[in-house]
Design a protein around this ligand. Structure first.
Ligand code: AMP
Ligand code: MG
Length: 495
């Protein structure tokens, strides 16, 4: 019986993936405090839209379990039960606590969800601009090393063993990604594949394949050359590092990842990317590898089947585990200076804050460069919902869309790549242009225009234009509006 059923399952998978599915792309702001990019392979647009709804509902359901910012989440409620009292947990929370125990053990306590108190201390120090004292660090480190909970695997309950500030942030996003991918695949029979990227941690399932860029910790602005590009299939990929969420004290940047053994922010590894069979494992190990030394990280990663990593140290040394998929397109090992064009235009902008009622914003934003004939030479960033076939957003991003139709006549490349990077805050974007066009060639001398176009679905519309001359430096604050709260351009030219 089981035999026949498994044959049927295989046949169904083959048949369903052989149907002609289109890829539908969705982009949302303010998902788990960052942004979500979702690609769904589905035979019709309605199924893809339903799949997006299922994905958001799953995010909502699980953030009600794992969030430490929400006092009513299951985690917060568990964290405030009296020490010594057993409580029944949902499968999701129980499984995650069990996974944390395993990780803590396997990492020699480099991974520790009780690091919450230390994280709060370093955050507060960042705000006050003053380092915490040795005594404060020592006391909090000691506290974090106490046993946190005891799990009863028969009754699936947990008992807190000490007062500790818990944070599951190092792994909860990965767990949510795995659940979201499953929810999308289960949402309809016509959905055959999914890629979901929340703030740079990614899960692929259903036989989808894509190329993912690994952000360079020295420059992870949109449009900057990634450190590497790898082809990934089903599984998870996550990057942890200091870039986006570090705190500054006296001009020194301190990572938000803490070594629970010393009580101090990590310094050796500035970026750790992990490929694993699931996003939960990738996420957990990316944080763990940021804490462990390079040698310890490699030993841990090599001991787990199907897991690989790419590590970057503060000194700029890159280390890959033995089976890291080195693609031909990879830039790993190349000196950054070899690629310098002498042109660097940095465009920073902030998308207006969402109102309370629209939690998961869907911003439509395009940043690009036109030449004097209004030909789009380079699209720098593009956030929008893209339904294939037939884009639905053309009404909203009308200028970019018209331009892109012109571009497509001569070039039909994918303009924006998926990048694995440390989680960034919602709303704020840094985009970089190095003077190259969409085909990678330096543009000709002459007059150009930088355009930032933003629209809200069937709502307000905004187009910012800034003319400039190629090769002539420019620094300017651009006039903001409802959609783009602020924007600056800084164009520098070096010989
Ligand atoms: P990630 O962005 O996945 O690397 O997770 C980072 C978050 O995990 C931090 O913001 C902290 O809340 C938490 N964290 C920091 N250090 C550790 C650690 N050593 N073990 C477990 N969680 C940590
Ligand atoms: Mg992590």
């Amino acid at each position: 019986m089981i035999h026949y059923r498994s044959i049927a399952v295989v046949l169904f998978a083959v048949l369903s993936s052989s149907c002609l599915a289109d890829q539908h792309t969705f982009f949302r702001e303010n998902v788990l405090g960052t942004a979500m990019e979702l690609r769904v392979n589905a035979t019709d647009a309605q199924s893809a839209a339903d799949a997006e709804r299922a994905a958001l509902a799953e995010v909502e359901r699980l953030s009600n379990v794992f969030s430490r910012y929400d006092a009513n989440s299951e985690l917060s409620r568990f964290a405030s039960t009296p020490v010594g009292e057993a409580v029944s947990l949902s499968d999701e929370l129980f499984d995650l606590l069990a996974m944390c125990d395993e990780l803590e053990h396997a990492s020699g306590r480099a991974f520790n969800p009780a690091v919450g108190l230390l994280a709060q201390i370093w955050d507060a120090s960042g705000r006050a601009g003053k380092l915490p004292t040795e005594e404060v660090i020592r006391a909090a480190t000691q506290r974090a090393s106490r046993p946190k909970w005891r799990l009863d695997h028969v009754n699936r309950s947990a008992t807190r063993l000490s007062e500790n500030t818990l944070s599951l942030d190092a792994v909860a996003k990965g767990v949510i990604l795995d659940h979201v991918a499953q929810a999308v695949l289960s949402s309809s029979r016509t959905v055959t594949g999914v890629m979901v990227n929340i703030g740079g941690d990614i899960r692929l399932a259903g036989g989808i394949e894509t190329t993912v860029g690994i952000a360079d910790p020295r420059d992870d602005r949109i449009g900057a050359q990634p450190l590497a590009r790898i082809k990934v299939g089903d599984g998870g990929i996550a990057t942890s590092g200091c870039s986006e969420r570090s705190v500054d004290i006296d001009g020194v940047s301190y990572s938000h990842i803490i070594d629970p053994r010393t009580g101090r922010p990590v310094t050796e590894t500035v970026s750790a990317t992990v490929l694993a069979p699931t996003a939960s494992i990738a996420d957990a190990l990316a944080t763990t590898c940021s804490v462990l030394s390079v040698t310890e990280s490699l030993a841990l990663v090599n001991s787990i089947q199907g897991v690989d990593c790419l590590l970057v140290t503060a000194g700029g040394v890159l280390t890959m585990s033995a089976n890291w998929p080195q693609s031909k397109a990879s830039n790993v090992g190349k000196a950054k200076d070899d690629e310098s064009t002498g042109h660097e235009m940095i465009v920073e902008f902030e998308i207006g804050k969402p109102s309370q009622s629209r939690r998961y914003r869907r911003p439509y934003v395009a940043v690009w460069i036109e030449d004097k004939d209004k030909f789009p030479v380079k699209t720098l960033s593009l956030f929008l919902m893209q339904n294939n076939p037939g884009p639905r957003w053309y009404r909203d991003l009308r200028r970019w869309y018209t331009d892109d139709q012109v571009r497509k006549v001569v070039d039909d490349n994918d303009l924006i790549e998926t990048v694995s990077k440390p989680t960034r805050n919602p709303g704020k974007y840094k985009v970089k242009w190095d003077g190259r066009d969409d085909s990678g060639n330096l543009v000709k001398p002459g007059k150009y225009t930088l355009l930032i176009e933003a629209a809200r679905e069937h709502g307000t519309y905004q187009l910012i234009r800034q003319p400039f001359e190629f090769g002539k430096p420019l620094k300017k604050t651009l006039q903001g509006n409802v959609e783009i709260a602020s924007a600056t351009v800084d164009y520098q030219v070096t010989d």
